[in-house]
Write a protein that binds this ligand. Structure first.
Ligand code: PMV
Length: 333
């Protein structure tokens, strides 16, 4: 049996503005993972995809009025096409599971797609480089979200903190200081990224100059965040995150629940806090320390979070500014 696994993600700085060409910083959540298993199905043709957490089973050849099915089917078709495998010949059973809460801005769909790509590659004796996995999963993101920036598939495929700018090679970031200690609080409200991006798009259409200025300000926070990470200045990074939350509020993608959780995290000693991802639901994240994380997590719970996950982000030792490998789809790997 072949297996693939992929991490969830959180955006530290720059969501929404990143759709409009500004930079963003995202980190993998390596202890929140999706997995996929692929095995040859005994005596059959066709491909069966079981999504255990959804309690659903899809046939690759059928049509379903279900975006999750469409995304999974496209992921499998694109991966098999890249691998040069005929999807109709021989039977395959693909089983996916995820510990990442669905529709909470934590990259659940992205991680599932990444795990499927990796498992299919392994089943066919291949290990695909991160840029290829990222490009393949970007196609799934288009189905899931409409016009994604590409930040989610990038951070999940590399599983490293990334400084991302649309249309450019990502920069892999390293911390010169300690690991990032994050408390991630789930409002319990599903976040629809496509709708959140469309809502910001409507504001942008109504007030292009004002919203572009706000995107510039958010982009400047991401630039400053990269410098703070380089210098290991967590207090500065936290402050930038809190400033970013104010811009997201002004863009209309926060909610009273998110604001309440962010405020509670700050009052309990977080270095910074903000909503993360598309917003209008989903999660708030707080940057804490090993000393304050328990108090911050408890405060976020008391402010209404249905679940708080405390995690550490490590960087694997490479330094800021290391260019990633450049293989893309179509290039030999
Ligand atoms: O998928 P989410 O909810 O984490 O949102 C991704 C971040 C956005 O900037 C809102 C959208 C995008 O494509 O970058």
């Amino acid at each position: 049996m072949a297996t693939g696994s992929a991490a969830g993600k959180a955006i530290l700085l720059g969501e929404h503005a990143v759709v409009y060409g500004r930079p963003a910083i995202a980190v993998p959540l390596s202890d929140l993972r999706a997995t996929a298993e692929v095995c040859a199905a005994a005596g059959g043709d066709g491909v069966c995809i079981r999504a255990l957490d959804l309690g659903k089973e899809y046939d690759l050849a059928e049509r379903y009025a279900d975006p999750a099915a469409e995304a999974l089917q496209a992921t499998v078709r694109n991966a098999l096409a890249y691998l040069g495998v005929d999807a109709t010949a021989g039977g395959l059973a693909i089983t996916v599971r995820s510990r990442i809460p669905v529709a909470r801005g934590l990259g659940s769909g992205t991680a599932v797609a990444t795990a499927v790509v990796r498992a299919l590659a392994q089943h066919h004796g291949r290990q695909l480089p991160a840029p290829v996995v990222s490009d393949l999963v970007f196609r799934t993101e288009v189905i899931l979200h409409g016009a994604p920036s590409g930040v989610d598939n990038t951070v999940v495929a590399y599983e490293r903190p990334v400084w991302f700018r649309r249309g450019r090679a990502p920069e892999l970031l390293a911390l010169d200081g300690d690991a990032l200690v994050l408390a991630i609080a789930d409002t319990g409200v599903p976040a629809n990224t496509r709708e959140a991006v469309a809502a910001v798009g409507a504001r942008h259409a109504a007030d292009p100059e004002g919203i572009e200025a706000r995107f510039d300000a958010i982009g400047a926070l991401a630039e400053a965040g990269r410098a703070a990470l380089r210098g290991g200045d967590m207090a500065r990074l936290g402050d930038l995150m809190t400033q970013n939350h104010e811009h997201l509020r002004a863009l209309g993608v926060s909610t009273p629940a998110l604001d309440g959780i962010v405020g509670a995290a700050l009052a309990a000693g977080a270095l910074g806090a903000k909503l993360s991802g598309g917003g209008r639901g989903g999660c708030a994240i707080a940057l804490t320390t090993t000393t304050t994380r328990d108090a911050v997590a408890a405060a976020m719970g008391a402010a209404g979070a249905v679940q708080v996950h405390v995690t550490e982000v490590h960087t694997g030792g490479a330094r800021c500014g290391v260019p990633p490998p450049t293989a893309r789809i179509g290039a030999p790997c």
